[in-house]
Design a protein around this ligand. Structure first.
Ligand code: APR
Length: 228
């Protein structure tokens, strides 16, 4: 089977009703990044940070995967689909995708503030001040914040290097190192991007489908099936 590696961002989940980060009414228009998504914000006011992610978790669990997520899951019938997502939601998994790598963490998990290898499933529960890990330290959201290492970037780059086809969906490609993953793909493979606002400065090798995730992935599916 040909390997299809897919990099997804917030636009993937927009049609499910989850706000993107940048752009009008995006999450970063309405919140200061440093307050809610940085180690400094956590040190200054962990209650605010916990509340921000508790609200986001609640919203994510209220919404459903969209047609775009479903198409990526359906493509597993024909391709070895490997998803690398910047999203912290679980909509790819809920749509049925089996291979999902989360670059920026997962909203349904918490991790110890004293030992980052202690990661706990909290599913839909709130995470509050005083919720401790088994060795007695405060739990924090299992999210990669600005200024933190991205532990999954190396496995993600290695996966990109094995791609036969590369597909990007719904990301402004403004945040590194995720945005640099395209440079880890083999040269000459088919590459597609689905995004209604194509990011500036992308390489000419990318085929642009300037549509939302659901409509755009219908187009991509047809193109991919023709490659078989
Ligand atoms: N379908 C597809 N793409 C869409 C849709 C849609 N319906 N609606 C918007 N988009 C596109 C936008 O045009 C934009 O290019 O989704 C992209 C969202 O970009 P960002 O808000 O910057 O989100 P993302 O690229 O995922 O952000 C990367 O930055 O804030 C941090 O850690 C956070 O993982 C996040 C990272």
């Amino acid at each position: 089977m040909m390997r299809l590696v897919v990099l997804t961002g917030a636009g993937m989940s927009a049609e499910s009703g989850i706000a993107t980060f940048r752009g009008s009414d995006g999450l970063w228009e309405n919140h200061r990044i440093t307050d809610v998504a940085s180690p400094e914000g956590w040190a200054k006011n962990p209650h605010l940070v916990l509340d921000f992610y508790n609200q986001r978790r609640k919203r994510i669990l209220e919404v459903a995967p969209n047609r775009g997520h479903e198409i990526l899951a359906e493509l597993e019938e024909h391709f070895d689909v490997q998803i690398i997502t910047q999203n912290i939601d679980n909509l790819h998994e809920r749509a049925g995708s089996k291979n999902v790598m989360h670059l920026h963490g997962e909203i349904t998990k918490a991790r110890s503030t004293s030992d980052s290898s202690i990661v706990i499933d909290i599913n839909g529960s709130e995470l509050n001040w005083g919720d401790n890990c088994p060795i007695g330290s405060q739990l924090r959201p299992h999210i990669v914040w600005f200024g933190e290492e991205v532990p999954m970037i190396q496995p993600a780059a290695e996966l990109c290097a094995t791609a036969d086809i590369f597909l990007i969906v719904g990301t402004s490609l403004q945040v590194y190192p995720a945005a640099g993953l395209i440079h880890s793909t083999p040269s000459g493979i088919p590459q597609y991007i689905v995004d209604p606002n194509t990011p500036a400065g992308i390489s000419g090798q990318l085929q642009v489908i300037a549509k939302g995730a659901s409509a755009g992935l219908e187009v991509v599916k047809e193109k991919l099936l023709r490659l078989l």
